[in-house]
Design a binder for this molecule. Structure first.
Ligand code: SF4
Length: 461
């Protein structure tokens, strides 16, 4: 086995040069080579009380998989991760490790271990050399309908399949993967990686049906009538919440979801040669809201003159992706709030009026609210505007059912029993549809918990 190496700095991951990034949608982070992975793994202290594991929402045995890397046993390292996480190649790319496992890393003599890069290395190794599909339990004869094929739904289906239950996933779009396919751009998460992870789920016996909108094409009642023993709702939070300011219906104004979906799912960046879906984006682009980094980076790849994110406090995203966005030329304008959008005579957006914000008085909890600074209004000329604020769940799934699914008035999330994630008798829900827009890893965690609850429910009924 490789010895512990006292190397203070993380082994950096190779990346596409900036000029090349802006010409393509190819993945920016290129992943560790074997030599780099071994060098980074050699830095791990193999702590006896590893806080990295405690901070990982899935409690993956991180020191153990790193030890297996040091032994050169990459397949077993990947299997060690896969015992807890059915999508390691995805999580190795999109998890905000700096706020999770790497934050807990006790490597006090240097940078935290780049756990995400090591996870990605072994997971990609496994996908390239062939994933060993684990034995599943003998069939129980029970079946579960899983509504939504994002990370929560795919995790529930995987876990239930391993327990011997038949899981059928219903997806509204023509491709499975949910937010992994429509929400995260190719330059952060290549679609081939998502497809390979979905292939693994299918090999466990999970059935996936696309182009079915539960709540419209068929209802939750229909699913029970068809003989499913339980239903899981994992439809995410993909409905845009607009700003409620004048001018949002002007031409050239997109919601974040529409903008990314056109590119990620419909390949509008390849229009007209390889895609029938156009996207009109030009000039300067104003991205209004903290969730806009992916959109800004995508807009720059489409050749716009400038992409500027206007937001209040903090841009949402992984530290590496924010750094890469800034390297690519994304501009940030914090402490600002849009007031209105102004169009030309053809109703095409041409200006955004914003106001600067300053700290107000702390409220009862001590939180300082940002308030408009009088007289600080200013105009930003933009021919494209992307509204990148909060997303909320689409509640159509709960339509036309006799089951009493409760929806929170304020943010449209499904209300569940926090103990077992049950929303109504035999109906469970988890991921963004319950928590509001959060991270992929949180959705996977919810999927695992829900699978345990569903197993307990269908075993009794
Ligand atoms: S806390 Fe850091 S150094 Fe310790 S086992 Fe985990 S990854 Fe290794």
């Amino acid at each position: 086995m490789q010895k512990l190496e006292v190397r203070l700095k993380q082994v950096s991951m190779p990346e596409l040069p900036v000029e090349e990034r802006l010409r393509t949608f190819n993945e920016v982070a290129l992943g560790y080579s074997e030599e780099q992975a071994l060098a980074e793994a050699a830095r791990c202290l193999q702590c006896t009380r590893p806080l990295c594991v405690e901070m990982c929402p899935l409690h993956i045995d991180i020191p153990e998989f790193i030890k297996l890397i040091r032994l050169g046993n990459y397949t077993e390292a990947a299997e060690k991760i896969r015992q807890k996480n059915c999508m390691p190649s995805v999580c190795g790319r999109v998890c905000p490790q700096e706020a999770l496992c790497a934050m807990g890393c006790k490597n006090t003599i240097g940078d935290p271990i780049n756990i995400g890069a090591l996870e990605r290395f072994v997971a990609d190794w496994e996908l390239e050399t062939g994933v060993r599909v684990p034995e599943v339990a003998p069939s129980t004869g029970k079946s579960v309908a899983v509504v939504g094929s994002g990370p929560a739904g795919l995790t529930v289906a995987t876990e239930l399949a391993k327990m011997g239950h038949h899981a059928v996933v219903f997806e509204a779009l023509h491709e499975p993967g949910g937010v992994l396919i429509y929400g995260i751009p190719e330059f952060r998460l290549p679609k081939r990686v998502v497809k390979q992870e979905i292939d693994y789920v299918k090999k466990l016996g999970v059935e996936i049906k696309t182009n079915i909108i539960v709540g419209k094409t068929l209802t939750i009642d229909d699913l029970f009538d068809e003989g499913f023993n339980a239903v899981f709702i994992g439809t995410g939070a993909g409905l845009p919440k607009l700003l409620g300011i004048p001018g949002e219906s002007l031409c050239g104004v997109y919601s974040l979801n529409e903008f990314l979906l056109r590119i990620n799912l419909m390949k509008a960046n390849l229009f007209p040669y390889k895609s029938k879906t156009p996207i009109k984006v030009r000039g300067r682009v104003a991205i209004l809201g903290a969730r806009g980094m992916d959109a800004a980076r995508a807009a720059l790849r489409l050749g716009v003159d400038e992409a500027c994110i206007f937001y209040q406090r903090k841009v949402v995203g992984r530290a590496d992706d924010i750094r890469r966005g800034l390297e690519e030329g994304v501009k940030l304008y914090p402490s600002t709030k849009p007031i209105r959008l102004i169009g030309d005579e053809k109703r095409w957006v041409k200006l955004v009026e914003l106001v600067k914000l300053k700290p107000g008085q702390p409220d009862r909890t001590g939180k300082v609210k940002l308030i408009p600074e009088p007289g600080s209004e200013f105009l930003y000329s933009a021919e494209t505007v992307i509204i990148a604020t909060e997303h909320i769940p689409n509640t159509i799934v709960a339509a036309n059912t006799t089951r009493n699914i409760k929806i929170a008035k304020k943010n449209k999330t499904i209300i569940v029993n926090q103990e077992n994630l049950e929303a109504a008798n035999g109906i469970f829900a988890g991921g963004d549809v319950v928590s509001g827009a959060a991270s992929v890893i949180k959705a996977i965690e919810a999927g695992k918990r829900a699978a345990q609850s569903i197993n307990a429910y269908i075993t009794k009924h």
